[in-house]
Design a protein around this ligand. Structure first.
Ligand SMILES: CC(C)(COP(=O)(O)OP(=O)(O)OC[C@H]1O[C@@H](n2cnc3c(N)ncnc32)[C@H](O)[C@@H]1OP(=O)(O)O)[C@@H](O)C(=O)NCCC(=O)NCCS
Length: 204
């Protein structure tokens, strides 16, 4: 897919979800170097690791035409991190699957941005990509991220908890929770919250 074919941004009430720009690299590296942001990951990323991650994100956009959106705060145009959809292909009982995920700069936490953008990402996955289910997962200790999953109407079955194969046995981050949202559950959740799910998402 050529860059001309990259999709238009999504607009929510306060955010712009768009494909990546060269100017995102520096603030993205700052986010990935922040030990608080990276508390629930094996380690903060170096600038080179952060750039490689951004390369992978951009490659996947070119191949699939969807992925992890760069999140921009509409009011001041600043880059806040990413929220979006990603393929989960590691060995686990629920894979292959499409996950919704997020990582935002610390100064933007606690304002509902991850939930707002996550809602738009789920809407895109179910409406535009016709997915039947979207999952989300994180280590058991990442309660903040789990709260976002719950606020999005995703459901956890403790029987789905799993050990992430990419994390060593005994590591505090190895045990993960899995949240799921099926298309029918998303549709009924959306009906019940028409304002939040519907009106706030418009293509720019
Ligand atoms: C997870 C993350 C994206 C959340 O972003 P955010 O914009 O602050 O999320 P929201 O404001 O939409 O919602 C956060 C919710 O968690 C709650 N919360 C905050 N700290 C919490 C904690 N320690 N435990 C449980 N819930 C917590 C907030 O109160 C809020 O819920 P509420 O609206 O019911 O009050 C952000 O913290 C982040 O980038 N973390 C680091 C990266 C990361 O862990 N990504 C997920 C990997 S799976």
């Amino acid at each position: 897919m050529s860059s001309a074919a990259l999709p238009a941004p999504l607009r929510t009430e306060r955010l712009i979800l768009r494909t990546w720009q060269p100017g995102d690299r520096e603030p993205f590296a700052e986010i990935n170097a922040d030990p608080v942001v990276m508390e629930h990951f094996p380690a903060p990323l170096t600038r080179a690791e952060s750039d490689r991650f951004a390369d992978r994100i951009e490659d996947l956009w070119r191949v699939d035409g969807w992925g992890l959106w760069a999140v921009q705060i509409a009011e001041d145009q600043s880059f806040a991190g990413f929220v979006g959809l990603n393929r989960a292909e590691f060995a686990a009982p629920f894979t292959p699957a499409i996950e919704v995920g997020w990582r935002l700069a610390q100064q933007h936490w606690g304002q509902g941005y991850a939930t707002e953008a996550g809602r738009a990402a789920l809407g895109y996955g179910f409406q535009e990509l016709d997915l039947l289910e979207i999952v989300s997962f994180t280590s058991t200790v990442n309660t903040r991220s789990q709260r976002v999953m719950a606020k999005l109407g995703m459901q956890r079955d403790p029987g789905d908890d799993f050990d992430h194969p990419g994390i060593a046995p005994g590591d505090r981050l190895r045990r993960h929770v899995l949240y799921r949202l099926t298309r029918p559950d998303w549709a009924s959740c959306r009906q019940g919250e028409a304002g939040a799910w519907g009106a706030s998402l418009a293509r720019r």
